[in-house]
Write a protein that binds this ligand. Structure first.
Ligand code: RUG
Length: 815
């Protein structure tokens, strides 16, 4: 518990010292005697104490990093879904027992205190959460790795369910201030938009001068990323947009009050809101502005700092700096770094290109065509005139080289262009401008190589690699499932908790046969189910049966993730129970949660269907305790931390080939839930790790889906006509069964008239069968707990520590 770093100034390292410091701090923040303090005051006090401790370490760490002796990694990402930080800081400091015991003695409710922290929703889902897990693991492993993104004023909307429908409410996460950031106005930089590029010849060299531009100020806010019980403190830098002059006084003095205000709000709009779509391409100028904003500001600061500590030279930049781009949103790093190297640092194009490629690596996170970003050429040209010229030149040289090396493949060469069909293809830019391109699970990487980027793979085979995603066990297991953590410590010792060491959980394997261990594991799960049931009772008034199977699907609502398949099966079970209320079925509770992009009408219909079905089922006395359906509103990191430990079945049922990896599947697994899923994304590797006997798999393979799709899909009507269960269920969607106004024509049509793009009906029968198999296994609790133990024992490879170690070896080569 004691802080060992001798450079640490603060000495809150004994219970007594902490107790005193805490009481004093509460009195400072509240201006009242401790006995009068509110939970809010107590939260603010603890947050301040934690920050004082961490910032002291941060300063030491930063001055070491500034010397640039070690190679540094920068994650550029448009999303960082960090979740609440207080408890994670407390744990990483090694303060957990001290804090828990002291607060308990002082009569302070630690859980309530933690709930005072607004969960910052600065990401949509898997993409942003992955970055947060990677930051945690990078620091835990002692690597210098930092995040670079946007400090959105409004995070992802808060989801409410009103009349069974999703209603979006603004998420004002900064309303009460945020104690874990430090604003650094002295490190603000200017980002330039629009304007013209003038070319001038100076000493025989062309100079490109960007003028008449619209400047916007990027102001950094830094959040410390504290390593687990070590003295690494890295940084997450989030940029906020401000007008260069807070107020355009000259315009105002000329009487143009509105115009002066408009400049201010135009600048601020850049970091105003996180786009609520995690896959669809947002054809908005503002989105492009956002992408350039954090790329330009981030690179400027990295270059400045690098030069400052390297006598003003950029020569060794690629040996010391890794710019890792998280999907294509930061792909403008490629032309922007070229612009800095060529225009500002005076390098020849070829040298600059070599340095750029060596510095940048790219992770792709999706193969969905609608998510592969493209921007209209004229938009990029107007907004970013010099950057566009550089993209044009990169494209020209690339196509020239291709035509030189592969003169007989002109069509293929052109298909790989960055500029084509009037658009800038961001994935092509990212691949051409990076030394490493990876997918996020083995299957996904294979699809990238063989389908999506097949031509690029033929040209750059060595550039392609694969790194399977991972999640931080420190938040999603040790932090959120204390019962399990203690059981593991008592059973196999504490070594598994050391960063990078989670695979030693395999020592648990012999206990899969141990009745006493399995009994304890079952008891912990039951307690976690009771905790979730209590939360749902308190927040939604729905009473759950903790003895029923908790079958959970929580993730963004998307057609390809097929929440629809899940709910169609629920309707089937309901129909079966209505016709035979005494049927001998294992009681089941279906728990779903997730947000739909506000403009994604179909996904919102699926949410409505789930809620309508839940209403009907939960209020039907016929099914009593045998079937319950809950849609938990406003799924976010904090809610997730209550749900994962309570789950018994982890629904991972995407159409094969569509889910790049998934990371929820890993969080469920390490909490002992059994995966019920398709062979898609990282499910494949989960199945390989635990063996096919310890997962429930079903459905079409990615190859079968691909083959159907290359031949125009399958005939959903045929499946429908041959399955009376489907006829009844789909009929109920449109015949008023769920109430006069509760028709679901859009869903019905998508399945039958529009040929069921995501193979819901095709996979329905195998899904029903595997659900039955899972329920039957559940009757044998010994067998179930054995499978659960095997899943936990093999979950070590899905730690983000392992992912970071793989990136280190395959991509960054920091050591
Ligand atoms: O959909 C993918 C998930 O399969 C994956 O696990 C996650 C992290 O790699 O990224 C998700 N994703 C992809 N979110 N947004 C995108 C497209 O930008």
């Amino acid at each position: 518990m004691a802080i060992t770093d001798k450079n640490t100034k603060h000495k809150v390292n004994t219970k007594e010292a902490f107790r005193k410091a805490f009481i004093k701090k509460v009195e400072e923040v509240s201006g009242e005697d401790f006995s009068e303090s509110t939970t809010r005051h107590q939260y603010e006090a603890l947050a301040e104490l934690v920050m004082e401790e961490i910032t002291a370490e941060w300063a030491v760490n930063n001055s070491r990093l500034h010397k640039m002796e070690e190679k540094q990694i920068y994650f550029f990402s448009i999303e960082f879904l960090i979740g609440r930080l207080l408890k994670a800081y407390v744990n990483n400091l090694g303060w957990d027992t001290m804090v828990e015991e002291t607060l308990n003695e002082l009569g302070v409710d630690y859980e309530a205190l933690q709930s005072e922290e607004h969960d910052p929703a600065l990401g949509n889902g898997g993409l942003g959460r992955l970055m947060a897990c990677f930051l945690d693991s990078t620091a835990a492993l002692g690597f210098p790795g930092h995040g670079n993104g946007i400090r959105y004023k409004y995070g992802l909307f808060e989801q409410k369910i009103i009349n069974n429908e999703q209603v979006e409410v603004a998420d004002i996460w900064l309303k009460n201030g945020y104690p874990f950031e430090i604003v650094k106005p002295d490190k603000a930089v200017v980002v330039k938009y629009n304007g013209d590029v003038r070319v001038e010849e100076v000493n025989g060299k062309m100079q490109f001068i960007h003028e008449n531009y619209d400047p916007v100020l990027a102001v950094p806010y830094d959040i410390p990323v504290k390593g687990y019980r070590n003295n690494t403190v890295n940084s997450l830098r989030l940029w906020s947009a401000k007008p260069v002059e807070d107020f355009d006084l000259s315009t105002f003095n000329q009487g143009h009050f509105l115009k002066a205000m408009q400049r201010k709000s135009e600048a601020e709009s850049i970091s105003q809101i996180l786009y609520p779509s995690d896959h669809g391409f947002e054809g908005k100028l503002l989105r492009l502005k956002q992408e350039y904003f954090f790329v330009c500001a981030g690179l400027k600061r990295i270059v400045r700092r690098y030069k400052k500590h390297n006598h003003g030279s950029m020569d060794g930049f690629p040996d010391k700096i890794c710019i890792h781009i998280n999907d294509t949103h930061p792909a403008l790093c490629v032309p922007e770094l070229m612009r800095i190297l060529v225009d500002e640092e005076g390098y020849d194009w070829d040298v600059a290109w070599d340095m750029t490629i060596k510095s940048i690596s790219f992770t792709n996170h999706t193969v969905l065509p609608e998510a592969l970003e493209k921007w209209p050429i004229d938009m990029v040209q107007k907004l970013l005139p010099r950057v566009y010229q550089i993209i044009e030149e990169i494209n020209r040289r690339f196509i020239n080289d291709m035509n030189w090396f592969y003169p007989d493949q002109v069509d293929r060469n052109y298909s790989m262009a960055i500029l084509k069909d009037g658009q800038v293809h961001m994935a092509h830019l990212a691949i051409i401008g990076s030394h490493s391109v990876n997918g996020v699970a083995e299957l996904h990487s294979k699809i990238l190589r063989e389908e999506t980027f097949r031509d690029f793979y033929a040209v750059f085979p060595d550039r392609f690699t694969s790194v399977t995603n991972g999640v931080t066990q420190r938040r999603f297991m040790m932090g959120s499932n204390p019962g399990l953590k203690t059981l593991l410590d008592d059973t196999i010792g504490t070594d598994w908790k050391k960063p990078g060491n989670m695979c030693s959980l395999e020592a648990l394997l012999p206990y899969a046969q141990d009745a006493a261990f399995c009994q304890k594991l079952g008891d912990i799960k039951h307690a976690n189910k009771e905790r979730l049931a209590k939360y749902i009772k308190e927040t939604q008034g729905i009473v759950l049966n903790p003895d029923s199977i908790f079958d959970v699907q929580v993730k963004r609502i998307h057609e390809y993730k097929r929440q629809l398949l899940n709910i169609l099966h629920v309707i089937l079970t309901y129909n079966q129970l209505r016709s035979n209320p005494n049927a001998d079925i294992v009681p089941k509770t279906y728990i779903l949660a997730g947000k739909a992009a506000p403009s994604y009408v179909y996904a919102k219909e699926v949410i409505r269907l789930i809620n309508v079905v839940a209403d009907r089922v939960n209020n039907d006395p016929l099914v009593k305790d045998k079937l319950k359906v809950v849609f938990v509103p406003n799924f976010n990191v904090s809610v997730a931390e209550i749900i994962y430990p309570a789950a018994e079945i982890s629904e991972q049922i995407s159409t094969a080939g569509k889910e790049a990896s998934g990371t929820g599947n890993m969080k469920f697994m390490m909490n002992g839930a059994l995966t019920l899923g398709t062979m898609d994304g990282a499910n494949v590797e989960i199945a390989e790790a635990v063996g096919m006997d310890n997962v429930f798999t079903f459905g079409l393979s990615d190859t079968e889906v691909y083959n159907y799709n290359t031949h125009g899909g399958y005939r959903s009507l045929e499946v429908y006509e041959s399955d009376s269960r489907l006829q009844e269920i789909l009929g109920q969607l449109i015949n008023g069964f769920f109430g006069e106004s509760a028709g679901f024509q859009m869903i019905y049509d998508s399945l039958l008239l529009h040929n069921d793009t995501y193979f819901v009906l095709k996979d329905f029968a195998p899904y029903v069968d595997i659900q039955d198999i899972a329920s039957n296994v559940y009757r044998d609790q010994k067998q179930w707990q054995k499978m659960s133990t095997i899943n936990i024992a093999h979950s070590g490879i899905f730690s983000s520590d392992r992912s970071i170690e793989d990136y280190e070896k395959r991509v960054w080569k920091v050591k």
